[in-house]
Write a protein that binds this ligand. Structure first.
Ligand SMILES: [Zn+2]
Length: 886
């Protein structure tokens, strides 16, 4: 994000990058077919906003002058405003004439201000001037403050903004919907010794009386209101030139070295994206601003030219950052930078198409990771995204990728696994369908054609078909306009003349409405890629059955390469043949089949034995990502079998026997220069074996913990949260108190935050309650408190839900406004405790409008499914374990 005003004063001379290129189009291009919550009587095209924050008293004053066109005769203007006090509003015709004062009325529920004028306004250009004031929040919505300890250990406060989806209206009154694009001039009056950051470099900075200065930022290009950014604090900024622009990372003073990894990533990714998208990054600079805090709902925001990222996902703290964190820093950077094109330069016209932003940025981030870090297993992450999406998409409460969004809450709730991960998976599949070159040409023409404008999903398909991907839109629409997951059932295979022939029958996969969707499945054109030992072949399914012919007569593998978004149900003999061939397959296919087959067993489409037979095939020397997947599945089954100690012991013994040697080989201590995935795997092995009470892991955990109590460096930084996690999970009172004391003494945000959240991780009921009580106090810090509640919910969902219901008003203050309707779902959604269902229902009835209850429906669907399948799961898995002793 930006630049600093002060710094700029010196940097500005040397700064030769172009100013906001371009189309500062003042065309009234709002598409009347898009949904809106505002009457389409006026269209803004430029905002000049001046703010004066009063950080110490958490309020600000503002002034907005909006250049707009009235497009139909009207006596009133309706615009968005939330939690703002409007002192005055007046309108002046642009061509000259008297100022017209407005009568102001606010509607807090609609988040609007209505400005009524004494006479009818004739269409034409006007300047609307509004003086107002607002509040500075302590969670990430609108203008918000994050408190932290500075370099000297003193209390400090920094300011940031967070506007997506609909919180720009908490910072300035305006037309706060994505299709009302405009240019912005932002001016801030801030303390003279702070650094102010905006989307653009500062144009000027001048001293004001009273220890203040006024920083005016350059005019932004035409953009949506949710992309505006402002930050101010005691910051440092590190920079690098890249592709003719300046990239920077901004962080609290003294933490510059912690931003180097992110800065290098930015500099690396920018030219790669310039080339991929075919349109160079249009702003003169791109900053990423670190916030010392967290949200339960997001880690970063793609404000144009001024990305905001919570510290954990941006800065490296050698005393605390794990290998997973380091990879997340790159992945987050790659995601937010992809948005600079997909989202910022070209923006969805309405929130129903938000997947165009999020699905695309997720897909592009994985692609960039694969490009720059081929050893990180990002090809497998694409498949993991598919599984993440299917986890939501296999329930009746799912929704299509392109959604029906009517309310602000629905827009907030749209940021889910379907939007991000199904979006990413469908894009992977369609890239495979089009071929990477045609696909990229299509993307480039889409960006070029719609730059500085708004789009719908169909615009993307048109561009890619236009580049040569004939028939793509038909496939694409089936997957973006319909919810759910195709199920491909494979008929008996025959070898005919060196080719494998089989009939594919298409229906629909579901966890909780199998009978209904089997009787009346949706229908898709599914590109099915298959192999049977020779070259893979592809068919696109048409209707209920499709004939498949694949070169070779080896074991038949459907969804070869795993880019298809569907599940595959084999004949038992085929599943057995695949199991026999499992070790010869590539890691991506192994990962995909393993998850697919276990999901089919889990949902009751086939016996558990088929999934477990495959799971038990994963050797200790498999690809680390595959071992991690196996560990995750065994850990899940271990918890499911909590009422059966013998079965739990059998799983623990199997996992120790199979994967303990891999941990021994990796060692407990990270090695210089080791493969990144080995570092990830070590952490995973320690966590899983620790949860299953492996004696050697527990002994090492206790040894390290004791040493750490007197020496904070006794545990390697990259494994600190892993080892402490093992201890915290099994903590007794003395251990809990010791972690608490270390948390109180910690100063850096990442360390302090992690330690407080570990207090919520205990298995022990009493200690979990104590952690919840602590979350009600100011001690842990404003954005850490909700993290403790989330941590407790992982092992004690009912306790966490009861707690939140008892303290709802207080807990709501700990949650981003945009996330409040989803917090309860996050706390309870993984549970199988049906006693939660009536609690969730009455919570929703009392607190959420009927239109905004989707997350609660999803949580209830999952709880009921988890509870319903338990008896069969316990019986079948228990029997399998008995029949397969280690
Ligand atoms: Zn995103």
């Amino acid at each position: 994000m930006k630049t600093v005003a002060v710094l700029l004063a010196s940097a500005a001379l040397a700064f030769t990058a172009p100013t906001a290129a371009a189309p500062v189009g003042h065309v009234d291009t709002v598409d009347p077919s898009l949904p809106t919550q505002l009457p389409r009587t006026a269209i803004p095209h430029h905002y000049a906003i001046t703010v004066t924050p009063h950080a110490e008293r958490l309020s600000f004053d503002g002034n907005a002058v909006i250049d707009l066109n009235v497009i139909k005769p009207t006596k009133e203007l309706v615009l968005n405003a939330a939690e703002l006090k409007l002192a005055s509003a007046s309108l002046r015709p642009a061509k000259g004439g008297a100022q017209i004062a407005a009568k102001i009325s606010l509607d807090p529920d609609a988040q609007t201000a209505t400005l009524a004028f004494p006479r009818t306004l004739t269409p034409g250009a006007y300047h609307l001037a509004i003086a107002y004031s607002g509040v500075i929040h302590t969670q990430a919505n609108g203008l918000f403050a994050l408190d932290y300890k500075n370099k000297e250990g003193k209390d400090a406060r920094a300011l940031f903004t967070q506007f997506e989806a609909a919180d720009a209206r908490r910072f300035f009154p305006g037309w706060d919907e994505p299709d009302y694009k405009a240019t912005f001039d932002l001016t801030a009056r801030v303390p003279a010794n702070t650094m102010a950051v905006g989307n653009m470099p500062a144009a000027s900075s001048k001293s004001l009386p009273g220890g203040l200065k006024e920083v005016r930022f350059q005019t932004t290009p035409t953009m949506s209101s949710y992309l505006l950014f402002f930050g101010d604090g005691d910051f440092d900024r590190i920079t690098k030139p890249s592709a003719g622009r300046e990239v920077g990372v901004v962080m609290s003073r003294g933490n510059g070295p912690k931003g180097q990894l992110a800065l290098d990533a930015e500099a690396q990714i920018l030219p790669y994206y310039n080339e991929y998208f075919g349109t160079p990054f249009p702003l003169p600079k791109l900053d990423n601003v670190a916030g010392p805090g967290q949200s339960q709902f997001f880690s970063a925001m793609e404000n144009w030219g001024a990305i905001f990222t919570f510290e954990r996902s941006l800065l490296v703290d050698p005393a605390f950052t794990s290998e997973a964190d380091r990879q997340r820093i790159f992945g987050t950077e790659a995601h937010e930078m992809a948005h600079q094109w997909f989202g910022d330069l070209v923006t969805m016209g309405w929130w129903g198409d938000i997947w165009l932003n999020e699905g695309f940025a997720s897909w592009m981030a994985t692609k960039a990771t694969e490009h720059f870090h081929p050893d990180w297993g990002a090809d497998i992450d694409h498949v993991a995204a598919r599984e993440g999406a299917m986890g939501q998409d296999s329930f009746r409460s799912t929704h299509p990728v392109v959604q029906d969004v009517r309310t602000v809450e629905q827009a907030n709730q749209a940021f889910d696994a379907i939007t991000y991960s199904k979006g990413e998976s469908v894009l992977s599949m369609l890239e495979g369908f089009a071929g990477p070159d045609v696909w990229q040409r299509g993307i480039q023409s889409y960006i070029a054609k719609h730059a500085y404008q708004n789009t719908k999903t169909a615009d993307l398909w048109n561009a890619i078909e236009g580049a040569g991907a004939t028939g793509l839109a038909t496939v694409a629409r089936d997957f973006t306009d319909q919810p759910g997951i195709p199920l491909i059932e494979v008929g008996p295979a025959q070898c005919v003349g060196g080719r494998t022939m089989a009939t594919l029958t298409q229906s629909q996969f579901s966890n909780d409405q199998r009978a209904e969707v089997t009787a009346h499945p949706l229908s898709w054109h599914v590109p099915v890629r298959a192999s049977a030992g020779g070259e893979p072949a592809q068919v696109v399914t048409q209707g209920a059955t499709t004939q498949l012919a694949v070169p070779g007569c080896g074991p038949l593998l459907i969804n070869a390469g795993q880019t298809g978004y569907y599940r595959t149900l084999y004949q038992p003999a085929q599943a057995q043949a695949l199991q026999g061939a499992f070790l010869r397959l590539g890691a991506v296919d192994q990962f995909g089949i393993l998850n697919d087959q276990l999901a089919l067993s889990n949902a009751g489409y086939q016996p558990w034995a088929i999934g477990l037979n495959l799971l038990s095939e994963v050797p200790d020397n498999a690809n680390p990502k595959l071992v991690e997947a196996a560990l995750g599945h065994w850990a899940g089954l271990y918890e499911v079998l909590d009422s059966n100690p013998a079965a739990q012991a059998a799983i623990a013994a199997r996992v120790s026997r199979t994967y303990g040697p891999r941990l021994q080989q990796l060692g407990f201590v990270p090695r210089d220069g080791e493969p990144a995935l080995d570092a990830l795997l070590r952490s995973n092995l320690i966590r899983t074996l620790g949860a299953m009470k492996d004696p050697s892991v527990l002994a090492e955990a206790h040894r390290l913990f004791t040493a750490w109590l007197s020496d904070s460096n006794a545990i390697p930084g990259s494994l600190k949260t892993t080892w402490l996690g093992v201890i915290a999970r099994n903590a007794d009172e003395a251990t809990w108190n010791a972690i608490h004391a270390k948390a109180q003494a910690a100063t850096g945000f990442a360390e302090r935050n992690s330690l407080y959240q570990l207090l919520g991780a205990s298995n022990n009921d009493t200690l979990a309650r104590r952690a919840l009580d602590l979350a009600l106090t100011e001690e842990p810090g404003k954005t850490t408190r909700s993290g403790i509640i989330s941590a407790v919910a992982r092992q004690h969902p009912r306790m966490a839900v009861d707690f939140v219901l008892t303290h709802l008003a207080e807990v709501n203050q700990l949650i981003d406004i945009s996330g409040r309707s989803q917090f309860m779902e996050r706390l309870s959604g993984g549970s199988s405790d049906v006693s939660l269902v009536p609690l969730l229902q009455s919570y929703a009835n009392a607190n959420l409008a009927p239109s905004d209850r989707k997350p609660i429906e999803q949580a209830i669907d999952r709880i009921q499914f988890e509870a319903g399948k338990l008896p069969r799961e316990r019986t079948e898995v228990g029997a399998w374990l008995q029949a397969h002793p280690v």
